[in-house]
Write a protein that binds this ligand. Structure first.
Ligand code: NAD
Length: 296
């Protein structure tokens, strides 16, 4: 029989993920603190429960998809861990601080449960299509069970190591993404001022050593990559507020590990400023406009 899954946090990412599990035949106990999210889940045919605690009662897996680590730790401490039967698998899919992920795992294990961190990349589009990438921090003996569930929501699952390793991989990747987008934007603005056409610079970078996802998939100028957010007035895509959040987690990890990563720290500061100055809902490639007008 398929495991029964308590699914908490049915927001932008969680709801389409829950829908994919529901379609694959899993019985869910869905819960969100926002009534409209519960309603949307019910409309999709998903069974819901009245409280967060109930979502953990008599299930095999508790899956959380919350905004931040504080939400996760509070829910674990206040009701999830005590409501679940022994040996329940706590599958934590939110993007949270590495140290919080390790704390969550330790709390779960201490309470007699099993734990894994499985943050995702791929955004709402990937959640809807079931093509997310999961970065997994888990014990080897739980891998098969975890993979069989994640397979219905993602197309790639990378086992990165033990507790916290999934979050660690995610924070490193997104730090590089933030840095490379700023670099791509600076290169295009400099190119403009040197009289280069966007297409000409794109043709060179995309086949030369500056090649990167920020240019070839999410190109910050309109034209060369028709599907990039720059072609629709920088509607996300990946919103600047989320990049600012992820870079905040990177800053915290840099501090915890006493790592001198000057570009990562600077990218965090620039995205925080960009997001706070009215661009939180803009695609993160929109930072090119702030670079062009010198407002950062
Ligand atoms: P969201 O805010 O849309 O959804 C989070 C949901 O959790 C909300 O509906 C909220 O009401 C609910 N919630 C909060 N506390 C709760 C509780 N105690 N019990 C039940 N429900 C609770 O956020 P999202 O965009 O779906 O992102 C979720 C996570 O995934 C975040 O950590 C985010 O960083 C990460 N993520 C997001 C994207 C993206 O493109 N949106 C991509 C990759 C990763």
């Amino acid at each position: 029989a398929k495991p029964v899954i308590g699914f908490l946090g049915m927001g932008h990412m969680g709801l389409p993920m829950a829908i994919n599990l529901h379609k694959a035949g899993y019985v869910l106990k869905g819960f969100d603190v926002v009534p409209a999210a519960v309603q949307a889940a019910q409309d999709a045919g998903i069974q819901t429960v009245a409280t967060g605690a109930e979502a953990a009662v008599d299930v095999d897996i508790v899956l959380t998809m919350f905004p931040s680590g504080k939400h996760v730790l509070d829910a674990y401490r206040e009701y999830l861990l005590e409501s679940a039967k022994p040996n329940t698998l706590f599958l934590e899919c939110s993007t949270i601080d590495v140290s919080q992920a390790r704390e969550a795992a330790a709390l779960a294990v201490e309470a007699g449960h099993r734990s894994a961190d499985a943050p995702v990349s791929g955004g709402v589009v990937g959640a809807e299509a079931g093509t997310l990438t999961f970065m997994l921090g888990a014990q080897g003996e739980d891998l098969e069970e975890i993979t069989s569930v994640l397979d219905h929501m993602g197309k790639r699952i990378v086992h990165c190591g033990g507790y916290g390793a999934g979050q660690a991989a995610k924070v490193c990747n997104n730090m590089l993404l933030g840095i490379s987008m700023i670099g791509a934007a600076e290169a295009f603005v400099l190119g403009e001022r040197l009289g280069l056409e966007h297409q000409a610079l794109y043709d060179v970078i995309s086949s030369a050593s500056g090649q990167c996802w920020a240019v070839t998939t999410n190109c910050p100028v309109p034209g060369p990559v028709p599907a990039s957010p720059a072609n629709r007035d920088y509607q996300p895509g990946f919103a600047a507020a989320l990049m600012a959040k992820d870079l905040g987690l990177a800053s915290s990890a840099l501090e915890h590990t006493d790592t001198d990563a000057q570009l990562g720290s600077l990218a965090a500061a620039l995205y925080r400023k960009f997001s706070e100055e009215g661009n939180s809902g803009t695609d993160f490639s929109g930072i090119i406009n702030a670079i062009r007008d010198g407002s950062l």
